[in-house]
Every structure is written in C-alpha cells, then in structure tokens.
Write a protein that binds this ligand. Structure first.
Ligand SMILES: *Cc1c(COP(=O)(O)O)cnc(C)c1O
Length: 499
C-alpha cells in the first residue's frame, strides 16, 4: 500500500508519510486503499489484548514496518505504569445501551496519549528506514493538551527530542504545571510572552525558514512536527474502535456483526475520522455522530454541506474543541470527492480565499448515511455533566459531556436507539473546577485552586484523583525558559545547545 496526497500528488511509503507529516502540495497523506478486516478476524479480537489488536490493525497500514518492529513499538508505548489500566481503553456501561470508552488512562489524562505514546517509535523507525541519521527534533506549539502528551511521548526516546512552546499566560495552571515538571533528558519547554497564535505562528515560521533548517542540520538535527495531521497519529486511533467493539461482543452487549453507533467529541476531526477508517475496514459501525461545542462549524457542515469559517470564535469549557479550521476533515472530503484530489484542492482554495465551500446536496446526502451531528453550548454541557452523574453516578469531563448531550438529542430526534459508545477523551480531574461547578454550582469553585477543586470533587463523588494530578503538587519544576515571541529560535538553539 502507498500513500497519496489529498490534493492529488505524492505516492510515498507509510514510513515516509510518518516522517514527513504533510505532503509537499500542502495536502494530507491518505492510504491508497482501505485494508479489509473480515468478521472472523474481528471476532478473534475478543480474545486479544489491546496491544495485540493494535499490532493487527497497524500492520494493515504500515506495510514497510516489520511485524516485530510494530510489536516492539506497541509493547513499549502501552506498558505500565504510563497507562494505569491494563485494558488501555476500558469500556464502562451506563444505562439504555450506552457505553463509555475511556481514553484517558495515559500519562497526561487525555486521549491524545494513545497516539502520542506510539508516534515517537513510528517516527524513529521511519528515520532509520529512510536513512535519516539526524536527530528528529519535534517542535510543538500548544494551547494545553497536545504539548504535554508530545513531551511524555518523546521523553527519552533515543534519536529524538521534543520542544514545546506554550503561551506563558495562556494555559491553565494545571496544564502549565504538567508541562514544566516533565522529566527526560531530551525534553524542552519554553514559555512565550504572547498568546497561542504568537506561539503557533512562530513555530510555523521556523518550519518555513531554510536558514533555520540549515542551522539545525549543522547541529545534526531534522526539525519535524507531531501535530494531528500526521498519519502516524491517526492510525493508532483506529485501534480503539475495534477494541471497543470487541469488548461489546465479549460482554454480550451486541452480537458479532450487529452495528454500533459511536459519538465523538470533535475538534480537529482526527478522532472521528479514525472511526470512519475503522468502518471502511469492515467494522460494523452504524452512525458516527460528530459532537461539537459552541464552535459548531462541523455540525453545521453535516447539516447543510457548507463549511463556513467566517464566524465568531468562542472560548468554552471544552477548550480542546475550540477550533474553526478542522484539518483532518480534508481526509473525509477526499473520500467524499471520490478521491479526486483536484476537487479537494479547489475546496481548500475556496476555504482559504473566501472562508467557505459547499460540497453540494448529492455528496452531503451520501455523507449523512454515515454521519450525524449536533452540538452543545457550555450551559448544556454543564447540565449534562450533572444529569449523567445524578442518573448513573458516572462523572464526565466537559468534552465527553458534549458528546453525551449530542447522543441524547440524536436518540430523541431520530428514535435510533442502537447500542452506542461515547468516546471519553479526558479525565474529569483535568477540568476539575468546571466539573465541580457543573455539579454543585459556580459559587462553590470560585477562588479555589485547581487542587482544592479536585479535592472537593473527590469528596463529593468518591472518584479517585489520578496520581498525575496529585503528584503535580510536589514535582520539582524543571523547565523555566521564557522568551519574547520574536526570540523563539534563539531560545530553542540555546536549549538544544545545552543538552
Ligand atoms: C484533542 C481533543 C479533542 C478533539 O479531538 P480531535 O481529534 O481534534 O477531533 C477532544 N477532547 C479532548 C480532551 C482533546 O484533547
């Protein structure tokens, strides 16, 4: 199997797609076909560990990696104690044929760990396969979750380093503490005096500066990116759709072959796209339900076929979904366009020049056979956290609650009560003050530190506080670098020179 660009060009191997991230024409790498997993193979997953299923699924796409390379990468990525549940992605049962797939048992308590724990191994192998002997130097600009997950993933992986830029005053206390206490000899964290856009623009500028590449080359380093457009971040996410289904079959919740709906809290469209890939590979998926917060550009798209970004950007209590340009949608558009790269390219040009494009009624109704969509604003999200807790005793983080709300609305409006899986993307303790306020009213969390909110939440619900949260209180701060937004390159070279 080879990999094409969504904009028409390119034919590269899997390892090249992983190493290079983005195609030269600006498109995203997509597999030349969807490998098929027949039902007897999926049924066999019921007897396998998460790691064994991961190996079977990854093998389908990563043809120029050997089976033992994939095996070793998966074993190293998902070992204890980084993941605190042996199932890696355990499934919890709620009421009415609704299940929750918990993807927050990794080191940073958000679902990005599932991909970012594995990606470094795939990148390192990709470098070897393509005779790349320089150190792969990952640069990340983050508004919170991705930075810490990338640091934990690349920490102490030989042949790599990871540098994260965060807006000095633009992340939550918990998120900043998570980053600046990161261990490992190859991790660097730099605060930028500016906002997230300044950090992001600064990193993009470095990636497009030949003089910077030359300087890095002189130090034996190849700059690279770990953001969610890399195919190496997508393929590990296909796995948990299969393991979720296998767990449902094992527990008797569904019979092998019976369709299951998945509802996914969506920002950059990576997570739900992985579900679409699983369906195309043969997993019995009914509907994929796309859940947005108030930045509901995607739920509008699935309703009228128009992608429209000239709208107000809202800051919400589900910040990881605060996004208006959803990069991975381009991979779905490629399928919707019957793999016509020129058509995708023209849509992307319209988006850039006019802020919108339309796929037309025919293509929309085709997509609607698979996708449904809805959204929840902050009030609906808070109400859903409380409703679910009072009804079932299950505590959701705000992102997961957005999905839960959208599922409830979907069931109500369609009458489709197919067994459903809510993808739970973060631990409620990562957003302790908002979750506490949702349960007991905003007055209660006002003026409290995030640790106090976590303690109150624990006292009220009995849900254990993950050690990753409590240990933050005592871990030493290891990263103190701060720079002006014009000095990001100098700060990086200083950090790397010291290492
Ligand atoms: C990144 C993230 C999302 C959105 O995932 P996408 O793949 O970007 O759609 C949802 N919830 C949490 C907690 C996240 O960190």
């Amino acid at each position: 199997m080879s990999f094409f660009s969504t904009r028409g060009g390119a034919c590269v191997t899997a390892s090249q797609a992983v190493l290079w991230g983005l195609a030269k024409d600006g498109g995203l790498y997509v597999p030349s076909m969807f490998p098929q997993l027949p039902q007897d193979k999926i049924a066999a997953f019921c007897q396998m560990s998460y790691q064994q299923v991961a190996e079977r699924v990854l093998r389908c796409f990563l043809e120029d990696y050997t089976i033992s390379e994939i095996e070793e990468a998966v074993t190293a990525a998902y070992a204890a104690p980084a993941f605190d549940d042996p199932a890696i992605a355990p499934l919890q049962k709620l009421e009415g044929g609704i299940h929750v797939l918990e993807l927050f048992h990794g080191p940073t308590l958000a679902f990005k760990d599932i991909a970012l724990k594995l990606l470094p191994y795939l990148v390192k192998l990709a470098a070897e396969k393509n005779d790349e002997h320089r150190e792969v130097s990952i640069l990340v600009a983050t508004s919170g979750d991705t930075g810490k997950a990338a640091l934990e993933g690349f920490k102490d992986v030989p042949g790599t380093s990871c540098t994260v830029y965060y807006p000095e005053n633009g992340v939550s206390d918990m998120q900043r503490l998570q980053m600046v206490t990161t261990e490992g000899a190859n991790t660097h964290v730099i605060g930028v005096r500016g906002n997230f856009d300044d950090a992001q623009t600064g990193v993009k500028r470095l990636f497009s500066d030949p003089a910077f590449y030359e300087k890095m080359d002189g130090m034996g380093k190849l700059p690279s990116s770990a953001n969610s457009i890399n195919f190496g971040r997508l393929v590990p996410q296909v796995v948990y759709y299969f393991t979720a289904y296998a767990q449902l079959v094992s527990s008797g919740a569904v019979r092998m072959g019976q369709p299951v709906n998945f509802v996914v809290p969506t920002g950059n469209f990576g997570d739900i796209l992985a579900g679409y890939y699983a369906k195309r590979m043969g997993l019995p998926v009914g509907k994929l339900i796309c859940a947005s917060n108030r930045n509901n550009v995607l739920s509008d798209f699935f309703t009228d076929g128009v992608y429209y970004t000239h709208r107000t950007f809202f800051t919400t209590m589900s910040p990881s979904m605060d996004i208006l340009i959803s990069s991975n949608l381009e991979r779905l558009l490629y399928e919707s366009a019957d793999r016509d790269g020129r058509l995708v390219k023209s849509w992307m040009e319209l988006l850039k020049d006019c802020g919108s494009f339309s796929i037309g009624a025919q293509r929309l109704s085709e997509l609607q056979k698979t996708f449904a969509a809805g959204f929840a604003d902050d009030q609906m999200t808070a109400d859903e956290i409380r409703r679910v807790y009072e009804l079932t005793g299950y505590l959701m983080d705000p992102h997961t609650a957005v999905a839960s709300h959208v599922l409830a609305e979907y069931r109500e409006s369609t009458g489709d009560h197919t067994t459903a899986v809510i993808i739970a993307t973060a631990s409620p303790y990562k957003f302790a003050s908002d979750v506490l306020a949702s349960l007991l009213g905003p007055a209660l969390s006002e003026g409290l530190s995030p640790f106090d909110c976590a303690d109150r939440l624990h006292a009220h619900t009995g849900v254990p506080i993950p050690r990753q949260i409590s240990e933050l209180k005592t871990l030493p701060v290891r990263h103190t670098a701060v720079c002006d937004k014009g000095d990001m390159e100098a700060a990086l070279l200083h950090e790397l020179g010291q290492a």
